[in-house]
Design a protein. Structure first.
Length: 233
């Protein structure tokens, strides 16, 4: 009996040691730290302005005799807004089964846009499926962009806690918000504008001079030459 009690005591001691070791192991596991916010290249880039895109469109009824006075005014206002956005493509959507009436209306809209100074290469004519071709409108529009400034002052850090030498959590927010409010064309925040095509004729001229060993730079203009006036000497 004494040996049985002794064995039971040893087993209980071993179990207690195992449990203690398990508890110590669990206590030594570090707690997960929250992920740090994304940092920009500089301290003022902690905040970014988002850009929302939507279609600025007008609906025009198809008339056999062209555009009415009200439609012409609506189209003029649309072109004015289009110029403010930088001048992307303008899309004319006509009902696919509109027949000759839709065709004449599309031609009238194209002529009106050309009269308002819109280049022909920037106007696109596409068809769309309407539930019924009768009474389906002509849709004229372009992609418009709106800048959304960040919300500043949502959470403030103590300015006296600077041991980590990091900027305040709101540092740079006002600058980004002001840029989003003042930018002329919010589409520039979404990405760079496409480059204009190169001048092929000028490129051939420069390459021709290079092949013959001539000077490829533009000749000096005498009107650009300047000299110090002797009036004050």
């Amino acid at each position: 009996m004494s040996s049985n009690r002794r064995n039971a005591t040893i087993i209980r001691a071993l179990l207690a040691a195992v449990l203690a070791a398990s508890a110590a192991g669990c206590a030594s596991v570090p707690k997960p730290t929250p992920q740090a916010p994304r940092q920009g290249l500089t301290s003022t880039e902690q905040f970014t302005a988002s850009v929302d895109s939507h279609q600025d469109q007008v609906l025009l009824a198809a008339h056999t005799d062209g555009l009415s006075a009200a439609q012409a005014r609506a189209l003029t206002a649309l072109v004015d807004r289009w110029r403010d956005t930088g001048g992307g493509p303008i899309v004319i959507q006509a009902p696919s089964h509109g027949g000759g009436e839709a065709y004449r209306a599309a031609m009238a809209i194209q002529d009106a846009l050309a009269g308002l100074g819109v280049r022909e290469t920037l106007v696109k004519l596409v068809g769309y499926d309407a539930s019924t071709a009768e009474g389906a409108p002509m849709i004229v529009g372009f992609a418009s962009y709106e800048a959304k400034e960040p919300k500043c002052g949502q959470d403030w850090d103590a300015f006296t806690k600077s041991a980590t030498n990091k900027p305040n959590s709101n540092f740079g927010c006002a600058i980004t918000a002001n840029i989003a409010a003042m930018v002329a064309n919010p589409a520039d925040l979404a990405g760079p504008r496409p480059e204009d095509p190169s001048d092929a004729q000028r490129r051939d001229t420069v390459l021709g001079k290079y092949r013959t060993g001539s000077v490829t730079s533009t000749a000096k203009d005498n009107q650009a030459a300047g000299a110090v006036s002797t009036a004050v000497q």
